[in-house]
Design a protein around this ligand. Structure first.
Ligand code: ADE
Ligand code: ZN
Length: 327
């Protein structure tokens, strides 16, 4: 079977990866030891056993606990360097990486520490691995808009080190409209804007992300299939969806990969892409997402593989010239 080899070998961009979600259990324990942080798990195996999620919130609780071991600039550097080395093995040539500053500043870690460590990893990865990487600052939607504004204020001195802002964390009960003003300010500052919407939340949250936040891409967006007018809008305006199949499976958004709606999204002409979301927690990096999804959905062919890789470059915020060179 040549399809898995093609999926693995094709150059691709990864546009939906939370760097804190790339923290493998082994690195969580190594950093806990290095920093003298106590973990409520006896060992790597016990932590892995806790990765049995029933929905988004059950995952987020463990994901935020895992991130508590990150204290020093070197910790952020080591985490991002490990992800970028792993992504390069999957033939990722460009990555746009979310980071959640509020998860760290709430614990007393300075935003400078976070951004400097992550940015240094991106610079070194370009030199050492030939991979281009950019950062997207993501606001936690379970916190207030005021808290998001304070975070933006802290990030202003580092504006040249991230290309845009996103919106993540607990979706239900936290609609995009809650962040209308802070996203307007980010757009005025010339930042790209994206938002998680329609992962667990209704199509109305995708409409809100488009109309109120003016999101240029929708992260997940798989609930759009329940709204025909929304599907037409996404197709006509070529608004990309950054789909994460293994995440959707592990967070019970779909009962199986065979039931995933990626084929329907592509059939409707949407600019869908495949991404890993939180690979250390969901059991696979980007190539595992491609290979397992194509294996479960035999309707997907080499033509779809090419389309998804092409979409990943079109959907990226890389300069036009680079996008064309990648395909
Ligand atoms: N933060 C990290 N992963 C996330 C996801 N899949 N949805 C919302 N927030 C997240
Ligand atoms: Zn995500």
């Amino acid at each position: 079977e040549r399809l898995p080899a093609l999926l693995a070998a094709m150059p691709k961009a990864e546009l939906h990866i939370h760097i804190e979600g790339s923290l493998e259990p082994e690195m969580i324990f190594a950093l806990a030891r290095r920093n003298g942080v106590d973990l409520p798990y006896a060992n790597v195996e016990a932590l892995r056993r806790a990765y049995a999620f029933t929905d988004l919130q059950s995952f987020l609780d463990i994901y935020y606990a895992g991130a508590s071991v990150l204290l020093k600039e070197q910790d952020f550097y080591d985490m991002a360097s490990a992800y970028l080395a792993r992504a390069a093995m999957d033939n990722v040539v460009h990555a746009e990486i979310f980071f959640d500053p509020q998860t760290h500043t709430a614990r007393g870690v300075a935003i400078d520490t976070v951004i400097q460590g992550l940015h240094r990893a991106c610079v070194d990865a370009r030199a050492e691995l030939g991979i281009s990487a950019s950062l997207i600052l993501s606001f936690l939607r379970h916190l207030s808009e005021e808290d998001a504004f304070a975070t933006l204020e802290q990030a202003l001195p580092w504006m040249d080190k991230f290309i845009g802002v996103g919106l993540d964390s607990s979706e239900l009960g936290h609609p995009p409209e809650k962040f209308a003003r802070v996203f307007a300010r980010c757009r005025e500052l010339g930042l790209h804007v994206v938002a998680h919407a329609g992962e667990e939340g209704p199509p109305a949250y995708i409409w809100g992300a488009l109309d109120v936040l003016k999101a240029e891409r929708i992260d997940h967006g798989v609930q759009a299939v329940h709204d025909a007018a929304l599907m037409r809008r996404l197709a006509e305006e070529r608004i990309p969806l950054t789909v994460c199949p293994l995440s959707n499976l592990k967070l019970c958004v779909f009962p199986s990969l065979a039931a995933h709606n990626l084929p329907a999204l592509l059939e409707a002409g949407l600019v869908a892409t495949v991404n890993s979301d939180d690979p250390a927690y969901f059991g696979g990096y980007i190539n595992a997402n491609f290979i397992q999804t194509f294996a479960a959905l035999p309707i997907l062919t080499a033509r779809h593989a090419w389309q998804l890789a092409h979409n990943s470059f079109e959907a990226s915020f890389a300069p036009q010239a680079e996008k064309r060179a990648w395909g």
